[in-house]
Design a protein around this ligand. Structure first.
Ligand code: ADP
Length: 365
């Protein structure tokens, strides 16, 4: 009688494919160097990335975990809510379960991540209610402060010396400004997500826009010593964008570069033409010499309300929405935005089309 094959004769991939076929959920495996080694069919459907495109890529570019514990490094199964980035830049909030892959000697060879796609709809509702609760919390902080200081001024104003009165009034003004920035950012998010953002695409020269923004950012941070160096290739082509939205992205990036490098003396802005996926594009690199960003946070910063925990961020004003908006706008303009960071040097690269876009509108669908 022919001997039955035992399970260990099957390749790991065959087994994984069978498991993956039997469920509506997605699987991704990666090795200890964070390189993706397996990407199930369901993941390809949901993200739009093909196997060829994604195998070998850094998994930290594919998704970001919202909790601060980072990726699992023990043998247990860990559940986390992750934000998955699709090929067109859409962000999907999903529950993940992550576990180690062990070799025959029980040594960790990598990780397997299970993405719960079945409950995707339920997650949408959950993400929505989390958003509402985060917004309420963010609004409450400045409101509490405004109410408190206004009450003090009303109740004890005539007993306070002029310095104190000035100080409290200044706090009220700053908190009101914070509220109005938050509301502006929320309106941008809502317009983008509801596809209500009006875009007027036309050819634009980027040099004068950069010069103006550099002045605006410098005047906003009077105490900062930064010199904003703008270095553009001669004969740069125009970019096909909505100029208001481009300004919004660049202002946020240059403002962040100054905000998150308090001791530094310069920010470098370098604009070059480059080929990206066989298309000519303009690449704007904005480099600061500040606190830097850890590799595992490089995707997280582009998700809603993500502010990295650092002593500087805690004392720096911000809504945590700027990069989410900038990333989404870059995609809407048919460009892209990514970040790299290493020991005290962070570069955001913004890619912009130099020709009118003629493809399908796939974003947010
Ligand atoms: P915020 O309003 O907090 O600045 P952003 O969405 O613009 O929000 O940025 C999200 C987070 O990313 C910031 O809170 C900060 O922790 C981090 N970050 C952004 N830009 C930089 C940078 N140039 N260097 C270091 N960290 C940065």
């Amino acid at each position: 009688m022919q001997k039955q094959k035992n399970l260990s004769n099957h390749s790991d991939k065959q087994i994984l494919e069978s498991v993956a076929r039997s469920t509506q959920n997605g699987f991704v495996a990666y090795n200890n160097n964070y390189e993706i080694t397996y990407f199930s069919k369901k993941m390809q459907e949901v993200t739009g990335w093909s196997e060829e495109e994604i195998l070998g890529q850094d998994v930290r570019e594919l998704y970001a975990v919202k909790s601060s514990s980072g990726l699992a490094n023990n043998k247990e199964v860990e559940s986390q809510i992750a934000i998955l980035f699709t090929k067109v830049g859409k962000q999907i909030s999903l529950e993940t379960k992550i576990t180690s892959i062990l070799n025959d000697d029980n040594k960790q060879e990598g990780f397997l991540v299970f993405f719960v796609i079945e409950d995707y709809k339920k997650n949408l509702d959950q993400a929505q209610s989390e958003f509402v609760s985060t917004v309420s919390h963010e609004l409450r902080t400045p409101i509490t402060s405004i109410k408190g200081f206004a009450s003090t001024l009303l109740g004890q104003g005539d007993r306070l010396d002029i310095e104190k009165r000035k100080k409290y009034t200044k706090i009220i003004k700053e908190q009101a400004e914070r509220l109005s920035r938050l509301v502006e950012d929320l309106l941008s998010v809502s317009r983008m997500e509801n596809k209500k953002m009006q875009l007027t695409m036309h050819p634009v020269r980027i040099e004068p826009i950069l010069e103006t923004i550099a002045e605006v950012v410098k005047s906003k941070h009077e105490k900062a010593k930064h010199k904003i160096n703008i270095n553009c290739d001669s004969n740069l082509p125009e970019v096909w964008v909505d100029s208001d939205r481009l300004e919004q992205i660049l202002t946020n990036l240059i403002d962040n570069a100054v905000k998150y490098s308090p001791g530094a003396e310069k920010v470098d802005v370098v604009v070059r033409t480059t080929l990206r996926n066989d298309e000519e594009m303009l690449r704007v690199n904005i480099t600061d010499y500040g606190i830097g960003i850890k590799k595992e946070d490089l995707r997280k910063i582009f998700t809603k309300f993500s502010r990295l925990d650092s002593p500087l961020t805690r004392v720096t004003e911000g809504t945590g929405l700027g990069l989410y908006i900038s990333f989404s706008l870059a995609k809407l303009l048919h460009g892209d935005l990514n970040a790299k960071s290493e020991a005290g040097k962070t570069t955001f690269s913004l890619y912009l089309p130099t020709k009118e876009y003629s493809g399908d509108e796939t974003w947010w669908d």
